[in-house]
Design a protein around this ligand. Structure first.
Ligand code: HEC
Ligand code: HEC
Length: 303
């Protein structure tokens, strides 16, 4: 009799423990799903897909191999799917944060700033780790990527240490206390994640961003193209645009004169910005329109 009760009791105990554990794992999976979703959102905002996908050769998303032409040579974006041999499948959380915050590989080699770590250094740990969770939720793709073809002396990776010493300020974005939450969200998205300045800010001959001309446009953008001034200068920037017009451009790639955006901007929209929430797009517009206008006319040189 007592024995039977004992068995029943332990059966109930096992049952209850199982219910409890399922509850915990359910919660854990739900939390992990949330993290993956947050990471996917940051991948959209961060424009990773545009650089890390070789669309022309029909390679899978984020499997790398896209040739990026720069004044210093041709760089091939790495495979960032979780393949253990040809991707980043062996990376730890620390490796991932180090790459973004410090521009260092797991073996402490310096990355070239064509990986926009000088901007991504401002991203928050939580967002960087969410991106890792998202990337690691993807199917690993085996794809061996070509070596960079960079002119001497730039081909020597260790020389990047000098470039960094001169041009790189590591550190997470800090909210500006007397600004609204919306403004700070917009600032974070524009200055850290969206890396708008990587295209819209002119560079020195050594490829460092000229922060005194932040977002004021350049004739020498990526692929040698023209990138407009997006400070709110009424004549040479976007000072005459209202918030809705900026939101429309970031969401649908359409300018106030109904022209479609082209080139790098079209990619930024299609590979990610268009998926951002209206609240986030508005925050970016609010931030852009609050900037100090810089008078910088960006026009195609007349032939
Ligand atoms: C403008 C193009 C560009 C963008 C945008 C970009 N990357 Fe990269 N990324 C590169 C290049 C090029 C390298 C290789 C740099 C090197 O070899 O020094 C790289 C390197 C990396 C590495 C190191 C890989 C390795 O095998 O060492 C990771 C991880 C990475 N990128 C993730 C991302 C993520 C996540 C995003 C979006 C938030 C992103 N990248 C956005 C071009 C880009
Ligand atoms: C890969 C490079 C690249 C990135 C990254 C980029 N842009 Fe652009 N952007 C361009 C180019 C090139 C144009 C011009 C496109 C055209 O006129 O067809 C442009 C145009 C624009 C315009 C229209 C300006 C005008 O006068 O027509 C706005 C606004 C803009 N970008 C905002 C942003 C914001 C905000 C971000 C960051 C979230 C961003 N861009 C990131 C390259 C880029």
């Amino acid at each position: 009799m007592t024995k039977k009760i004992g068995v029943q009791q332990s059966a109930i105990a096992v049952f209850l423990a199982a219910v409890f554990l399922i509850g915990i794992t359910d919660k854990a999976t739900a939390a992990n799903d949330e993290l993956i979703k947050q990471g996917q959102y940051m991948v959209w905002a961060g424009g990773c897909i545009g650089c890390h996908t070789d669309v022309k050769n029909k390679k899978p998303e984020l499997a790398g191999g896209l040739a990026l032409k720069t004044p210093f040579g041709v760089f091939y974006s790495p495979n960032i799917t979780p393949d253990k041999e040809t991707g980043i499948g062996n990376w730890t959380d620390e490796d991932f944060v180090k790459a973004f915050r410090q521009g260092l590989s797991p073996d402490n080699d310096h990355y070239y700033p064509v990986f926009p770590y000088p901007t991504y250094t401002k991203m928050r740990d939580a967002d960087i780790l969410a991106i890792k969770a998202y990337l690691f939720s993807l199917k690993p793709v085996r794809n061996v990527v070509e070596d960079h073809n960079v002119q001497p002396p730039f081909g020597m990776r260790f020389l990047q240490a000098f470039w960094k010493a001169m041009n790189f300020m590591p550190g997470e974005f800090q909210d500006v206390p007397n600004k609204s939450a919306e403004w700070n969200r917009g600032a974070y998205l524009v200055e850290a994640v969206g890396h708008c300045g990587e295209c819209h800010t002119p560079r020195s001959d050594l490829g460092a961003l000229d922060h005194s001309m932040a977002l004021a446009g350049t004739l020498k953008g990526p692929d040698g193209g023209l990138v407009p001034n997006i400070t709110p200068h009424p004549k040479t920037g976007i000072g005459e645009w209202d918030e809705d017009e900026i939101i429309e451009l970031l969401k649908n790639g359409v300018k106030p004169d109904y022209d479609d955006v082209q080139g790098g901007m079209e990619e930024a929209v299609n590979f990610g910005l268009k998926y951002l929430t209206d609240a986030d797009l508005k925050a970016m517009a609010v931030y852009l329109l609050s900037l100090e206008p810089i008078d910088n006319l960006i026009e195609k040189p007349k032939k």
